[in-house]
Design a protein around this ligand. Structure first.
Ligand code: ADP
Length: 238
C-alpha cells in the first residue's frame, strides 16, 4: 500500500510540475513583453489555460481520493438514468459546440438505478468529454441507454481516433494516456477514466471499452437496474 501511495504522489508531482513550470515561464514572458499589448494578451491567455489545467487536475485528484477512501457509497437513492444523461450532456454542450461535434442521445427511457446521482453524472460526463476530446470536428458522439435482463447500459460512442488494442485495458489506470504529447495538448490529466471506473464499481457495476483505432470507441457503463437490485445487496453500498 505504501508503494502504491508513493507512486501516486510521484505521479501527481510529475503532473503538476509541467503546468507549474509553464506558469513561471509565462510570468517571465509577460514581464519582458510588458510594452507589447498583443504579446501580453497572448501570454495571459496561455497563463489562464495553464491555471485551468491546474484547477482541473487538483479537482480530479480530490475526487479520486474521495472515491478511493471508501468503496461504499454514502448515498443510495433511486436515480433516473435519463436525468443523468441529460445533465451530463448539458455539461458538455459548450465543448461539443466549440468542436462542432453533434451529441445525439436515445434508447430506453425510464430506466432507474440505485446510487448517487452526482457521481453518476460525473462518470458519464467524463466519458462524453473524452469522446469529444478525441474526435475530429464535424463528427458525432452518441449516448445510448438500454435496459435488459436487469442491467442498465449507458454507452458513449464516438468516431474518433480510437485506442490501440494493447492499451484498451490500461486507459482505466490512473494517469495513463495513450499519447502523452497529444493528451497534454488537450489538457487531460489521465485521471478521468479511473474516476469513471471507481464510481461505477462503487455502484456495483462495471465499465467496458470497445475500440478500433482510426474508427472510434465505445465506452459502456453497466449498472444493476433498480427493479432487479435490492439496494442492500448492491456491491459496495453501505
Ligand atoms: P485524459 O485526461 O488524458 O483524457 P482519461 O483517464 O480520461 O485521461 O483517459 C486516458 C487516456 O485514454 C487518454 O489520454 C486517451 O489517450 C485515451 N482515451 C480516453 N477516452 C478516449 C476516447 N474516447 N477515444 C480515444 N482515446 C481515448
Amino acid at each position: 500500500l505504501d508503494e502504491v501511495r508513493r507512486d501516486f504522489v510521484a505521479n501527481i508531482s510529475h503532473e503538476l510540475k509541467t503546468p507549474i513550470g509553464a506558469v513561471g515561464l509565462l510570468a517571465e514572458a509577460l514581464v519582458s513583453a510588458s510594452k507589447e499589448p498583443e504579446q501580453v494578451k497572448r501570454f495571459a491567455k496561455r497563463l489562464r489555460k495553464e491555471s485551468e489545467r491546474l484547477a482541473n487536475i487538483t479537482q480530479e485528484i480530490i475526487e479520486l481520493s474521495r472515491l478511493q477512501a471508501t468503496d461504499a457509497l454514502t448515498k443510495a437513492d433511486l436515480v433516473d438514468v435519463d436525468q443523468v444523461v441529460a445533465l451530463a450532456i448539458d455539461q458538455n454542450r459548450v465543448a461539443a459546440e466549440t468542436n462542432r461535434i453533434a451529441l445525439v442521445s436515445g434508447g430506453d427511457a425510464g430506466a432507474e438505478v440505485y446510487g448517487d446521482e452526482d457521481l453518476l453524472v460525473t462518470a458519464l460526463h467524463n466519458l462524453i468529454a473524452n469522446a469529444i476530446q478525441y474526435s475530429p470536428e464535424g463528427s458525432r458522439v452518441g449516448i445510448g441507454v438500454s435496459a435488459t435482463d436487469g442491467v442498465v447500459e449507458i454507452a458513449v460512442t464516438d468516431q474518433g481516433v480510437g485506442i490501440a488494442e494493447d492499451e484498451q485495458d490500461r486507459v482505466f489506470e490512473r494517469f495513463f494516456r495513450s499519447d502523452p504529447a497529444r493528451s497534454r495538448n488537450t489538457g487531460g490529466s489521465g485521471l478521468g477514466l479511473s474516476i469513471v471506473k471507481h464510481v461505477v464499481q462503487n455502484h456495483g457495476g462495471d465499465v467496458r471499452v470497445w475500440s478500433q483505432p482510426g474508427h472510434g470507441s465505445t465506452f459502456t457503463i453497466r449498472l444493476p437496474e433498480s427493479s432487479h437490485a435490492a439496494a442492500a445487496s448492491l456491491g459496495g453500498i453501505a
